[in-house]
Write a protein that binds this ligand. Structure first.
Ligand SMILES: [Cu+2]
Length: 148
């Protein structure tokens, strides 16, 4: 095989590789559009984040001398009722507040409190904190948008 022939094959291979990458990229964009992640509505415009209605189980605990909520990030979708059950594992009462939802509870030591959340609105990140102890580490409630 001559040198020029080898170079021609090498160039053709590169061209085909580039085409294959371009086609793969376009397919990726089409898949994203089908999933509803278009530029007009963003996430949740067509389908949203589906979830079953459920209870989120949280504990208020003391770790390394710090009061914490576990889990510290709670994710829910806004299309179903959500109940939070918070168990206080420590030997002192702790608060549980979410200002945007009008929630302000005190959970006695060694007890569990159930809180039914009001109707949620998606695309929100809300702060959960203990209103009794400012140093008590806060948590986060992430509300995704459910199917419409
Ligand atoms: Cu506290």
């Amino acid at each position: 095989m001559t040198r020029s022939r080898i170079e021609f094959r090498w160039a053709t291979g590169r061209l085909l590789g580039g085409l294959a990458r371009a086609i793969t990229g376009l397919l990726g964009v089409f898949v994203l559009l089908l999933l509803g992640c278009d530029y007009h509505g963003g996430h949740g415009n067509a389908m949203g984040f589906a979830s079953a209605g459920w209870d989120v189980e949280i504990i208020s605990a003391k770790i390394g001398g710090k009061n914490v909520f576990i889990p510290s990030t709670i994710a829910v979708a806004d299309h179903n009722p959500v109940t939070l059950t918070i168990f206080n594992t420590t030997d002192t009462p702790h608060g549980f507040a979410i200002d945007e939802l009008g929630i302000r509870e005190v959970i006695p030591s060694g007890e569990e409190t159930r809180i039914e959340l009001p109707k949620l609105e998606g695309h929100k990140i809300l702060k959960i904190y203990c209103q009794l102890h400012p140093p008590h580490r806060s948590a986060t409630l992430v509300v995704f948008r459910g199917p419409r």
